[in-house]
Design a binder for this molecule. Sequence first.
Ligand code: NZQ
Ligand code: ZN
Length: 406
Amino acid sequence: MNPPSLHVHLKLWIAGFINFTKQLKNMKNFIFHNPTQLVFGKGQIAKLSELLPDNVNLMITYGGGSVTKNGVYDQVKAALRGRNYVEFWGIEPNPQVETLRKAIHTGKLNNIDFLLAVGGGSVLDGTKLIAAGIISEADAWDIVLKGEAEKQIPFASVMTVPATGSEMNGGAVITRSETQEKFAFGGNYPVFSILDPEVTYSLSAHQIACGLADAYTHVLEQYLTTPGQSRLMDRWAEGVLLSVIEIAPQIKANPMNYDLMADYMLAATLALNDFIRMGITQDWATHQIGHELTALHGTTHGHSLAIVMPGTLRVLKDQKKDKLLQYGERIFGITEGTEKERVDKAIDMTEQFYRSLGLTTRLSEEGIGKETIEKVSSRFNDRGVAFGENRNVTGDVTSEILNSCL
Ligand code: NZQ
Ligand code: ZN
């Protein structure tokens, strides 16, 4: 090897090494621990009796009755024949603390020490709060406001809506209807969750659209942030996005296809069970804004995200430029045009994807106007919050975002 080439070689190696260490610096330290046992597939509700510990005082929580129409309730009852348990019914979509206080009271009266949620994300989220409230003297809303449950009794789920990932994560989102507030708190993970894709056959087209939008947006919240932190997390996130894009139109045409619904169900779980966010920065501004729309107008969660996410991207496209370029190329095959054109196209195609699910993507289409924008923005300013990966989505930026969604 002659000296000049050695020199060049060395320079390249140093540049590569600096780049490499820069990227290492970019990946954040993390501890990964997801203890939920996932029990997936046809007929798996029958496994309930072997999954639930013996000798527990069990309370089963339900929503408004969908489980009695689609056979889930009968399957649960059959699996638990011979066991004693208490039932609590009536946890509503966007679970309300007012209802959950009643469940906590019932749980305390019956010395409940294990909870089983049978229903969608709302029933399970509500159950996560019941699990904390049962062993606490604090008011349930104060537990939510604290942001983190100190202690919870163990809980598990039979998940009937693929959307939230609640079946394999430690989060829960609770509504206080009297003040139209909706906040999240964190805590323990379900001990186990049973996911039988067949239970999704009874979902309406709108519920499926909202579930797909929710799962897709969960990935974007974790992916469309800082470039170059982890190739592995990027590829994993892109895998979920591509899968959702691929199955969405097929599910529309055939919502009772087992394999499609199995992919949908697992995609929703993987989108928010910590697997795609190891060591990376995250956004979540769209969710925070979406929660306000739900709290104020009752907009279904996934639908609120389909409206807000394109707006977040439009307003923050400079900050998110590099990741948007990567997303555009790898997800939508956008390779032509200037950077600005490619970024704009990626955002447009994102909005089109939500529309292709059958959801509207503009506030005006839902009869939501300036008054709400003003209200959400001043709520955020009053709370002094700033969301997003750079903590710059303040009340004022939120106003810009929502105005771009009109
Ligand atoms: O109450 P029932 O009668 O059971 O009916 C429900 C409800 O009306 C019905 N349903 C459930 N399974 C069904 C079914 N209908 C037919 N067939 C089935 N198999 O669906 C309706 C909506 O259910 P819900 O539980 O509200 O839906 P989803 O799972 O989308 O949960 C939404 C809630 O989760 C929160 C949202 O904010 C919202 O409050 N999220 C929770 C997260 C988490 N824990 O990590 C993250 C998410 O970003 C989200 O914020
Ligand atoms: Zn969500």
